[in-house]
Design a protein around this ligand. Structure first.
Ligand SMILES: [Cu+2]
Length: 200
């Protein structure tokens, strides 16, 4: 009898162990599907705009923005494969922007935070369409000429952004007017930074 009950308890323990393992695997799978990056960039074709929460640090009120000029995009003048303001970034007013720019494109590019005075870049010089607040991968005297070359990255930060409309735009002559700009909206009604990609 003792041998039988021992066998039973071994079987029961085995079954329980398998059940626990299965539950763990299931939970892990659910977690993966929750945390897997959504295919937000260029792959979505038919569905409407997708809202993606950006990485941020609530304690320092910092949003982390990464823009990449992709070599695979249809236009050389792209950020994350998008152009002409179809990427819109919403940030809470008063927050800090920590921005990384990566150029994977063959042309040199740079990235500038512009408090814009027109709704879309119209001039070859972005400074004629607004006030440049931050230069990334370039300087105030060379932004129309120089950027970082393909394979390079640069970063910068801007503190305490006031409510308003901005662009993140390439400053090299004609690039923003060719589509190389992202809309940035800082608003007190935004509590969590996010971006929306609209197909256009
Ligand atoms: Cu450019």
């Amino acid at each position: 009898m003792k041998g039988v009950s021992q066998t039973v308890s071994i079987v029961v323990a085995f079954v329980v162990a398998v059940a626990v393992l299965a539950a763990a695997l299931y939970a892990y799978g659910q977690l993966q599907s929750l945390t897997a990056p959504s295919s937000s960039s260029s792959s979505s074709s038919s569905s409407g705009p997708s809202k993606v929460i950006l990485p941020y640090d609530n304690s320092t009120k910092t949003v982390f923005i990464t823009l990449v000029s992709l070599s695979s995009a249809s236009s050389q003048f792209n950020f994350n494969g998008t152009g002409f303001g179809s990427l819109i970034i919403y940030v809470p007013a008063g927050w800090n922007l920590n921005i990384t720019y990566i150029n994977q494109e063959s042309l040199p590019h740079n990235l500038n935070l512009v408090q814009n005075s027109t709704s879309i870049p119209q001039s070859g010089d972005i400074a004629e369409d607004g006030k440049i607040l931050l230069y990334i991968g370039t300087t105030s005297s060379t932004y129309q000429l120089n950027g970082i070359s393909g394979g390079a990255r640069a970063s910068g930060s801007y503190q305490n952004i006031a409510a308003g409309d901005y662009w993140l735009a390439c400053g090299i002559t004609g690039h923003a007017a060719s589509g190389m700009w992202v809309d940035v909206i800082a608003s007190s009604s935004v509590t969590q930074p996010y971006e929306i990609v609209s197909s256009s």
